[in-house]
Design a binder for this molecule. Structure first.
Ligand code: DLL
Length: 434
């Protein structure tokens, strides 16, 4: 079923004129209401009247996370502050927090996009949604909350934390949908087993997982352990929150981007040039309908590619490939580029390992060193040092062969890597600490 069937299946030759109308009005609006944009457009020598086609988008300057920080908290608002009904904020890992504002209509649109997302994931108004995304300044909790209500489902606003209690709640309420980060789903599963709850025996049928990179291999692992369909959902606070894109359960093959609200491009992260469809690069998003804080050509730093081939589910929106990392997550180890997700794929394809790992980047003398710590599966765990050493060198060999970097692999005992109740911290950079 499709929530907003007219819009989500709109032929591209009708979608694009709609996007153009919205783009023109957006560019005009920000130019005359946000001094930051007027200055940037003037410096770039571009005027709202220069936008005639969607391809003119490339004339406009990019907006960066730093611009949001520099203008925080309210410098990028395009409406009077009285019209702002909600604020969210993303702390990020470095620097000053970014602030996001929403008008009533922005909140309403977000709820609708999340309702679309739930339905794309296979949920209906009959479902009971266990929402373990954190409530608060993080957009995950309230984003999923409003969407589930818009759909007419029953929402259980659990938020993050209290993992043991959550496993019991999930069972007692008979929840059929769970929303959380993929790493938390695995943690919850583990805690469930310890308390005698087997997820495969519960009515749970769909997981809507996002907010952090995860791989297809991890998807299969979660689906198998929890006995559910695991759906990838993408979003970022600066643009709205969750619901910018989601996989459909029919294909589970790329995330449909809500193109009536967001205009997307892929650029070369170094040169800033637009790249042709299908090419991997950095996702850039322009918000077409946001009122409080529209963003023009926002550089997400997320690495993906776009697929315009029609999907078997009937939705016409472009599909973006699963985001496997951010350009600023990329590790450069002795000149070789590595994404943590590439290491995850190798680890999860190795028999005998649990899906819990951490990557340490250290400095030894002048050289960067990669250490991968990964838990051994409980069923595989033995004290036989020889067997463990063989497994370590096998993984190390695979990492070298497939990724071209040398990594020291250290197998650790089950349940020793710290579990996360929100976004997992996969990489620990110790380079500044020697
Ligand atoms: O993580 C919003 C969200 C909440 C998305 C719940 C999905 C589910 P931020 O905290 O601002 O917002 O972080 C946004 O997280 O730029 C990506 O780098 C990463 N990210 C989000 N979803 C995915 C995903 C929320 N499905 C940043 N796959 C984004 C990979 C993701 N990375």
């Amino acid at each position: 079923m499709i929530f907003d069937v007219d819009m989500e299946t709109l032929p591209r030759d009708e979608l694009e004129p709609l996007q153009l109308t919205r783009l023109k009005s957006l560019v005009e609006r920000v130019y005359y209401t946000v001094p930051f944009y007027k200055k940037k457009f003037d410096e770039a020598g571009v005027h709202p009247s220069d936008i005639h086609h969607l391809s003119d988008l490339k004339l406009l300057p990019f907006t960066m996370k730093q611009d949001m920080r520099d203008n925080a908290p309210f410098g990028l608002f395009a409406v009077p502050k009285d019209n702002v009904v909600r604020l969210h904020s993303s702390s990020g890992t470095t620097g000053k927090a970014t602030v996001v504002g929403y008008t009533k209509r922005d909140v309403r649109n977000w709820a609708k996009l999340m309702a679309r997302s739930f339905m794309a994931a296979g949920a209906t108004h009959r479902d009971v949604v266990h929402n373990a995304y954190g409530y608060g300044l993080f957009t995950g909790g309230l984003g999923a909350h409003y969407g589930a209500e818009e759909l007419g489902a029953t929402i259980v606003p659990v938020s993050g934390g209290g993992t043991k209690r959550q496993a019991g709640l999930l069972r007692d309420f008979g929840s059929t949908v769970i929303c959380c980060t993929p790493s938390f789903a695995l943690y919850l599963y583990e805690v469930g087993l310890e308390t005698g709850i087997n997820f495969r025996e519960l009515p749970l049928r769909i997981g809507i997982f996002g907010a952090e990179p995860w791989t297809d291999t991890m998807r299969r692992d979660i689906e198998d352990k929890l006995g559910i369909t695991a759906i990838d959902i993408y979003g970022l606070s600066e643009i709205m929150g969750p619901g910018v894109a989601i996989e459909c359960h029919e294909a589970q093959d790329g995330l449909h981007l809500m193109e009536d609200h967001f205009l997307v491009e892929i650029i070369d992260p170094i040169t800033g040039e637009q790249l042709p469809p299908g090419t991997t690069g950095e996702l850039v998003i322009t918000t077409l309908t946001k009122e409080a804080q529209p963003l023009i050509r926002y550089r997400t730093r997320d690495i993906t590619s776009l697929n315009y081939v029609p999907c078997k589910c009937g939705r016409t929106f472009v599909r973006m490939k699963r985001v496997t990392g951010r350009s600023d997550d990329m590790l450069i180890i002795r000149g070789v580029n590595v994404f943590p997700s590439q290491i995850e794929t190798i680890l999860l394809e190795t028999k005998g390992l649990a899906p819990h790992y951490q990557i340490l980047v250290k400095r030894e003398g002048p050289l960067d060193m990669l250490e991968v710590q990964v838990e051994v599966d409980e069923s595989f765990f033995s004290d036989e040092i020889k067997g463990l050493q063989q497994l370590e060198s096998k993984i190390s060999k695979n990492i070298k062969e497939f990724l071209g970097v040398t990594a020291k692999v250290k197998l650790v005992e089950p349940k020793t890597i710290q579990r996360s109740e929100g976004k997992a911290k996969r990489v620990v950079d110790l380079r500044g600490q020697s």
